[in-house]
Design a protein around this ligand. Structure first.
Ligand SMILES: Cc1cc2nc3c(=O)[nH]c(=O)nc-3n(C[C@H](O)[C@H](O)[C@H](O)COP(=O)(O)O)c2cc1C
Length: 195
């Protein structure tokens, strides 16, 4: 099973957050990073990062910018940022990096496969016991499409924007104000210079 989390890391004192898919096995994690993101650049050099288990809304919001609400955790002299609203965090040390050339529906790209060992886990906030809302799944799907708009050709981008608009229609029916505002942001900043 692949899970969606928020990875937080730091370079030269600047904090970065990004939603990323991750596989867990015992004390190990594995993730695939596409070239071009700050997370890719940072984790090419830095050996430590934090896995944040968060709400779907925070996963989606984290793709938009790095202006999160951060706290820090210290692990043997290393200070790492995590999201203050996370439910749970894992401090991870990278033990293996593998660079792979990839060709998929989004074109040619470079991928860095990272294997890391969990050094520490900590509960941060109690997750609220909430009924499922379709807005949760849909806002995350909108975030995934939003994050890929800049790496596809015009035809694919138009098709993806259509899908985002369909998801947004439903979000407007089932989501609250926060979800609607975030969905609007994704649609408004859909690379106006390119489209
Ligand atoms: C739910 C979700 C899952 C994602 N999973 C990945 C992933 O596994 N690998 C990746 O490189 N990008 C993934 N992305 C895209 C990155 O989050 C996106 O490129 C982000 O803007 C990177 O931020 P950064 O430049 O601050 O690192 C995902 C996005 C979403 C919304």
């Amino acid at each position: 099973m692949r899970y969606e989390v928020v990875i937080t890391c730091a370079l030269d004192g600047r904090y970065n957050r990004a939603p990323i898919g991750i596989y867990f096995k015992d004390n190990w994690v594995k993730l695939h990073l596409y070239e071009g993101s700050h997370t890719y650049d940072i984790l090419k050099r830095e050996d430590y990062f934090v896995v944040n288990i968060t709400s779907p809304y925070l996963i989606a919001q984290s793709v938009y910018d790095d202006k999160g609400d951060y706290s820090t955790i210290e692990y043997s002299d290393i200070i790492l940022p995590y999201l203050s609203d996370a439910y749970k965090i894992y401090v991870v040390k990278i033990v293996k990096r593998r660079l792979v050339d990839l060709r998929d529906e989004y074109g040619d790209s470079k991928l860095m496969v990272i294997q890391g060992r969990i050094l520490l886990e900590r509960d941060i906030n109690n997750p609220p016991l909430m009924p499922y809302s379709r807005a949760d799944g849909l806002i995350v799907e909108m975030a995934v499409l939003y994050s890929r708009l800049n790496i596809v050709d015009r035809e694919k981008r138009e098709e993806m924007v259509k899908r985002m608009e369909e998801y947004f229609k439903i979000i407007k029916k089932v989501g609250d104000e926060r979800y609607i505002r975030l969905g609007e942001k994704f649609l408004k900043s859909k690379s106006p210079t390119i489209l």
